[in-house]
Design a protein around this ligand. Structure first.
Ligand SMILES: NC(=O)c1ccc[n+]([C@@H]2O[C@H](COP(=O)([O-])OP(=O)(O)OC[C@H]3O[C@@H](n4cnc5c(N)ncnc54)[C@H](OP(=O)(O)O)[C@@H]3O)[C@@H](O)[C@H]2O)c1
Length: 331
């Protein structure tokens, strides 16, 4: 059992992680003590037994005080680029002073942060994390999970299940998205379209968000932390995903292939499209194939496959003819 603090776990992906930790704790023989660092009081999370510690990331001594009994610090901070950088650098400074044993910054993406402008703060924070580890005895890790599988639930009309009810979701889509904002990334599940990176044949890791949380929870108990801990829900190319989706939805998708040159031109010509296209270019180079460190460490965990996910959230959903719509992208 360790005292683990989650910074920024009051919304989005992090909130599902925190709720999953609470759920796993409820059946664990040695539950972890859960602390939430948030910029505001979160009475609804305190009611779940989480020790909520309001913090101001600009207040170093307050952060140090909030971390004083913490063994493992997981950051799931999101928000603006400045927030991701400044709040996490402040966390690292406080963690060093306190002598935190383990720290994992808000990575949860693919094998590197290079060539993706929105991930520049992740790269800076990872450099600061490695520097802190070299100056102290802190163990660090970069959790890598590929693309959130949950994106493939965007637009579903399936009903909520007991998992969503337990977590306070209002719809099946909200349960399936698990904190991810609706995201027609490459594939538009309702529209029936796919805007592929190149020929769509490159393998990519897709992991469901509660599975990411479950792997991270188990990683808390490892004897030592390697510098990278990858996890794989499933490995599929977009072409393989399409054949699953077409079978389950019972219709053909409209498909557009985009060459790397075309995606680079789209990224350069329109700043709002640069993240989408930089990620798609990286995917064609194998950026999405993260290691299977945690699958190997915990062979008894059986994360959801893409096929199971698509079946769960799309089988029986009535849906019209495929047609291109405007909403194809990240933003
Ligand atoms: N692999 C994928 O497909 C994928 C997809 C989406 C996201 N992600 C990753 O998941 C992580 C979390 O992203 P998210 O979208 O879930 O995050 P988010 O909901 O936008 O933000 C999470 C938390 O960050 C904290 N925060 C926001 N602005 C802040 C600020 N100015 N200073 C300090 N804290 C601030 C907030 O906590 P409080 O208000 O409680 O302080 C917020 O609840 C990121 O690393 C992101 O890159 C990965």
């Amino acid at each position: 059992m360790v005292t683990v603090a989650l910074a920024g776990a009051a919304s989005g992906f992090g909130l599902t992680m925190l709720r999953t930790f609470v759920h796993l704790n409820s059946t664990a023989t040695n539950p972890h003590k859960l602390v939430l660092l948030s910029r505001s009081e979160k009475p609804e999370l305190a009611a779940l037994g989480v020790d909520v510690r309001p913090v101001d990331y600009a207040n170093h001594s307050q952060l140090v005080e909030a971390l004083k009994d913490v063994h493992t610090l997981l950051s799931v901070i999101g928000g603006s680029l400045e927030a991701m950088r400044d709040a996490q650098i402040a966390l690292i400074d406080a963690a060093k002073e306190v002598g935190i044993k383990r720290f994992a910054p808000s990575e949860y993406a693919c094998i590197s942060n290079d060539n993706i402008d929105l991930y520049r703060p992740k790269a800076e924070v990872w450099e600061a994390t490695k520097k802190a580890a070299s100056e102290t005895r802190m163990e660090i890790t970069s959790f890598q999970c590929g693309i959130f599988m949950s994106a493939f639930a965007t637009g579903t009309t399936k009903p909520i299940t007991e998992v969503g009810q337990r977590e306070g979701a209002k719809t099946g889509e909200e349960e399936a998205l698990a904190g991810l904002r609706p995201w027609n990334f490459v594939v538009n599940m309702r529209g029936g379209t796919a805007d592929l990176p190149a020929d769509g044949m490159t393998p990519i890791v897709f992991t469901e968000i509660r599975d990411i949380a479950t792997f991270a929870y188990h990683a808390l108990s490892l004897d030592a932390w390697p510098e990278v801990m990858g996890m794989r829900g499933d490995v599929k190319s977009y072409r393989e995903m399409l054949s699953i989706i077409e079978r389950v939805q019972g219709r053909k998708f409209l498909v557009k292939e985009n060459s790397v040159d075309e995606m680079k031109a789209q990224a350069a010509g329109n700043p709002s499209m640069s993240f989408y296209n930089q990620v798609r270019c990286a995917l064609t180079e194998g950026w999405g194939v993260v290691p299977d460190t945690l699958n190997k460490a915990f062979p008894d965990l059986h994360p959801m496959t893409c096929e199971e996910f698509v079946e769960k959230w799309w089988s029986g959903v009535e849906i019209g003819e495929a047609s291109w719509s405007e909403d194809q992208t990240f933003m």
